[in-house]
Design a protein around this ligand. Structure first.
Ligand code: SF4
Length: 353
């Protein structure tokens, strides 16, 4: 079997930062119960690993005892939740990804200019709930191109749009084009809000999926960007299957058994050790070779949030000057089942929608 790993894949800088925040809070408050509002990131293993370390995840602020330590998840929260936490005297540590924060802050600014916002995304996703909550009277969520014809707006000349950070760039383009057709004076945002990590992982799958028999995406079912990767693989020509870990591999997916070629990628919230486990499982069973295809470099850095840095300083620790940087994971035979052959597969990054 040929097992192909694309670069980039897996953890983005925002997810790594959110995980680091929970790690930091757990380390700073060893005797306290740490609460996280909503799943810190949409990955079952990440959440379960924190649960095993006595972190409690809640969906309602009122379930957190007064005075507890709380972390807000990577996807951001509406102002009403932030206010509720404040009223309850909860010192909050905000693990919201800076790119989500950027999308969250846009509706207030835009609505003050008198514009209405069409928010392209999934209405039940935390990021969309949080973003809409910033200016609910001026924001309408658009989930599909079919909904565009029935949209009611106040003034077609004072209208703009934003997109969820983790959408498929192809799907978003279809909806945005439908908006442009219906509202010719639609104001264009200064830049796309689909984030770099989503765009890059999708680009790598689009490039490699046509050359393989099957694509496996390591990620959880509630991870929007992971689900989009399976859809993109299928659209590019290889069936895409979403798995939480190696135990979910179904060997009937490989029609040519050990002669198959398999792309193994991961959503932005899936830890690399799970990717390694999938590669090792396939190579142990079928033999063959591991290839790492470098499609594009990622060098995005995020600083740890100020709230955590202040806690560390208050407790006499060293203020972390470090930024969160994600580089290509190092691969060893013991974890992955083989040492990889590296293939350069560089190509032009996709154009913004
Ligand atoms: Fe931030 Fe994008 Fe990662 Fe979401 S997928 S946490 S928006 S970098």
């Amino acid at each position: 079997m040929r097992v192909i790993l694309p670069n980039p894949r897996g953890f983005c800088a925002g997810v790594q930062m959110a995980v680091d925040v929970v790690e930091g809070v757990v380390a700073m408050f060893p005797d306290s119960q740490v609460y996280v509002y909503h799943e810190i990131v949409h990955n079952r293993h990440v959440v379960d690993r924190f649960r095993e370390r006595n972190v409690t995840f809640v969906e309602r602020i009122k379930d957190i005892p007064r005075g507890s330590v709380v972390v807000f998840s990577a996807h951001g929260i509406p102002p009403s939740v932030r206010e509720e936490a404040k009223e309850r005297g909860l010192p909050a540590n905000d693990a919201t990804c800076p790119l989500d924060t950027k999308v969250h802050s846009a509706p207030t600014r835009i609505s003050r200019l008198g514009y209405e916002i069409l928010l392209v995304g999934h209405a039940d996703h935390q990021e969309i709930i949080g973003t809409r909550g910033e200016a609910p009277d001026a924001t309408s969520v658009v989930e599909t191109a079919e909904q565009v014809d029935s949209l009611q707006v106040r003034d077609e000349n004072k209208l703009t749009y934003l997109t969820q950070t983790t959408l498929s760039t192809d799907d978003a383009a279809v909806i945005v084009n439908a908006l442009r057709n219906r509202f010719p004076n639609l104001h264009e945002p200064s830049s796309s809000t689909i984030c770099y990590a989503t765009t890059n992982r999708q680009h790598a799958v689009r490039q490699i999926a046509p050359e393989v028999d099957v694509t496996l995406v390591v990620g959880s079912r509630n991870s929007s960007n992971s689900v989009r990767l399976t859809e993109i693989a299928a659209a590019a020509g290889s069936p895409g299957y979403l798995i939480d870990d190696a135990s979910e591999i179904d060997h009937s997916w490989f029609p040519r058994g050990g002669d198959s070629s398999v792309l193994v990628t991961a959503g932005a919230s899936a830890p690399e050790d799970l990717v390694a486990g999938v590669c090792k499982s396939l190579l142990n069973r079928y033999g063959g070779q591991l290839e790492q295809w470098d499609v594009m470099d990622e060098n995005v850095e995020f600083r740890l949030p100020g709230s955590l840095r202040r806690i560390i300083l208050d407790r006499g620790g060293d203020a972390p000057s470090n930024s969160v940087v994600i580089g290509p994971p190092s691969i060893d035979e013991q974890s992955y089942g083989a040492v990889p052959l590296t293939v350069s597969a560089r190509s032009e990054p996709p154009k913004a929608i």
